[in-house]
Design a protein around this ligand. Structure first.
Ligand SMILES: C[C@@]1(CC(=O)O)C2=NC(=C\c3[nH]c(c(CCC(=O)O)c3CC(=O)O)Cc3[nH]c(c(CC(=O)O)c3CCC(=O)O)/C=C3\N/C(=C\2)[C@@H](CCC(=O)O)[C@]3(C)CC(=O)O)/[C@H]1CCC(=O)O
Ligand SMILES: NC(=O)c1ccc[n+]([C@@H]2O[C@H](COP(=O)([O-])OP(=O)(O)OC[C@H]3O[C@@H](n4cnc5c(N)ncnc54)[C@H](O)[C@@H]3O)[C@@H](O)[C@H]2O)c1
Length: 157
């Protein structure tokens, strides 16, 4: 995130929102999984898609990114393997769109978080962009602790 010391944490209902994922590789696969969990309407813009991305659950625009592609989108995840393209996407977005640039945290309006979720609980972990691997480890430690307390009834995430 650009210069924010204390980001605003929220849980968003994405079921009426259009989300563009630009890029169709490993990072896109992970982000799309969480977006579909949240019932988002996902459009993927990428010439190639990883086989794990189910084309029956997303709209696939099989092309390289061009300015204009994200115009009607509420939220955009820029995760191509070309940092210049991801930077262009951040630049093309207007102030009322939310952009996550997966290759440059100084060009993001928001960061994604590690989550632990069952029917009644949603726990999220963020290191404010400093160490996603640490966020994942903390999540796994929390999962074991919650299991010991019998407080968690979810699947592995
Ligand atoms: C939490 C999680 C949620 C999610 O999936 O979105 C998430 N990253 C996850 C996984 C993950 N991330 C990376 C690998 C590969 C590791 C490896 O193999 O090398 C893996 C896979 C893994 O660890 O399994 C590497 C990586 N990540 C970022 C960069 C770029 C940079 O740092 O600038 C690079 C290096 C790229 C490079 O240069 O190569 C950036 C971001 N990643 C964030 C979130 C945001 C900050 C989160 C926070 O504040 O803590 C932030 C800033 C932006 C964002 O993406 O929103 C999810 C955990 C899922 C879980 O819960 O299991
Ligand atoms: N934020 C995170 O969690 C995180 C984690 C790991 C890596 N990264 C960053 O994300 C980037 C992508 O990583 P990956 O493992 O998904 O890469 P990848 O190589 O698996 O996938 C890249 C995808 O981008 C697509 N692409 C390339 N140029 C394009 C263009 N002009 N328009 C549209 N799509 C285009 C390709 O077709 C491919 O599907 C890395 O370069 C790295 O900087 C971020």
């Amino acid at each position: 995130m650009r210069n924010v010391k204390h980001p605003y944490p929220i849980n968003i209902d994405l079921s009426r929102k259009a989300v563009a994922v630009v890029g169709g590789g490993a990072v896109a696969t992970r982000k799309i999984r969480a977006l579909l969990d949240a019932a988002a309407n996902v459009t993927v813009i990428s010439p190639v898609l990883a086989p794990e991305i189910d084309t029956s659950q997303v709209t696939w625009r099989q092309k390289r990114y061009e300015t204009g592609d994200i115009q009607a989108m509420d939220m955009i995840i820029a995760c191509t393997d070309d940092a210049a393209v991801n930077a262009q996407i951040t630049q093309d977005a207007t102030h009322f769109q939310l952009v996550n640039n997966a290759s440059d945290k100084t060009q993001s309006d928001f960061f994604n978080v590690a989550k632990l979720e069952d029917e009644t609980l949603l726990l999220t972990v963020s290191t404010k962009g400093k160490s996603p691997a640490t966020a994942k480890r903390i999540k796994q430690t929390l999962r074991r602790w919650l299991d010991d307390q019998h407080w968690f009834k979810g699947e592995d995430q």
